[in-house]
Design a protein around this ligand. Structure first.
Ligand SMILES: NC(=O)c1ccc[n+]([C@@H]2O[C@H](COP(=O)([O-])OP(=O)(O)OC[C@H]3O[C@@H](n4cnc5c(N)ncnc54)[C@H](OP(=O)(O)O)[C@@H]3O)[C@@H](O)[C@H]2O)c1
Length: 303
């Protein structure tokens, strides 16, 4: 029996790939999740499942584990799922990990967090990093840029729009860049970062940078899209996204997400640790990419 690690969200996106990477290395995995057990999930029989609750039960949920991999966060605010609440919950989790004797925490943050950021997502991530530093735990902070892979939402839904809607609007000049990293590389970087005791902060970014327009056109070519790809002022592009959201019962893109993208926050300023190329992946996965729309609200706000 290998050593035990705890991963938040093993039935979700990045957490699933971290859990798989750990199991492949012979470790045992306990996941903390809001999701009721789903016997059809490929990891259902392979991980121990404990409800994620940010209360006194955390000590018991973390007991006996070596490393905690924390992916927990919210993509945008809705109802009582606020960024302030997410910061508070993450701080509670870090403190409980310290009290329970977890050896190390690998905390998934985001590229370019900033406590003075105008964007609450990036500001909140900076606050969680600070709380981690204050917790006294040995830590690795991993900061992904834009994560692509199976079960991803953003790239899949861009592909869905390019397949199903005749017009795709690019906000502004479309020259702002993204530096996508595969979920497989992200998981590997997280698992490798669990080794040692030194506190480290690493970006998880892939080997290529793309102007957003070229990124969209690459996806369009891969899926055989015939949509018109046109530039529009960001308010128009956002308005179109809102209308799409109403039709799809989802939040397609928030103003903050668009502005953060246009501000170039989804790139790294370090030598890339990711190896998988996005252009290769998108070509290899084009057949299935964007066939079905994936709703953020249905996946993450309905549980
Ligand atoms: N995806 C990206 O492109 C990207 C880019 C940069 C940074 N990141 C960071 O990487 C980490 C993992 O991201 P991901 O996209 O892989 O996320 P995810 O798997 O969809 O969710 C990660 C975790 O957060 C929980 N969660 C998600 N939405 C929630 C909500 N509304 N209320 C309460 N809990 C919620 C999930 O709970 P359940 O287990 O119950 O599902 C899961 O444990 C996050 O910290 C994110 O900020 C992601």
């Amino acid at each position: 029996m290998g050593e035990l690690d705890v991963v938040t969200g093993a039935f979700s996106y990045t957490g699933r790939h971290i859990a798989e990477a750990l199991l492949a290395r012979g470790r045992r995995v306990r996941t903390l999740t809001r999701r009721p057990p789903d016997p059809s999930h490929p990891l259902a029989d392979r991980v121990e499942v404990v409800p994620l609750a940010f209360d006194d039960s955390l000590a018991e949920s973390l007991r006996g584990a070596d490393t905690l991999y924390n992916t927990y966060w919210v993509r945008f605010e809705r109802g009582d799922s606020t960024f302030d609440r997410a910061v508070e919950n993450t701080t509670t989790l870090s403190r409980a990990a310290k009290l329970t004797g977890i050896r190390r925490i690998v905390h998934i943050s985001v590229a370019n967090p900033d406590e003075h950021s105008p964007f609450p997502y990036f500001r909140g991530k900076a606050q969680t990093e600070e709380a981690l530093r204050e917790s006294g735990l040995s830590y690795a902070i991993v900061r992904p840029t834009l994560v692509f892979g199976p079960e991803d939402i953003l790239v899949n839904n861009i592909a869905w729009g390019l397949r199903h809607v005749p017009l795709f609007l690019l906000a502004g000049d479309g020259r702002y860049e993204v530096q996508p990293v595969s979920v497989r590389d992200t998981a590997r970087i997280c698992v490798e970062a669990s080794a040692g005791e030194d506190d480290v902060v690493l970006d998880a970014a892939g080997p290529e940078r793309w102007a957003f327009e070229d990124f969209v056109r690459l996806i369009a070519r891969a899926v055989g899209s015939r949509a018109w790809i046109k530039h529009a002022p960001s308010t128009i592009a956002l308005g179109a996204g809102r209308i799409a959201g109403l039709a799809l019962h989802d939040v397609v893109l928030t103003r903050d997400e668009l502005d953060a993208l246009a501000a170039g926050l989804l790139v790294s300023h370090e030598p890339p640790l990711g190896r998988d190329r996005f252009d290769t992946w998108v070509t290899e996965n084009a057949r299935l990419l964007g066939r079905r729309y994936t709703s953020e609200l249905a996946r993450n706000f309905a549980t």
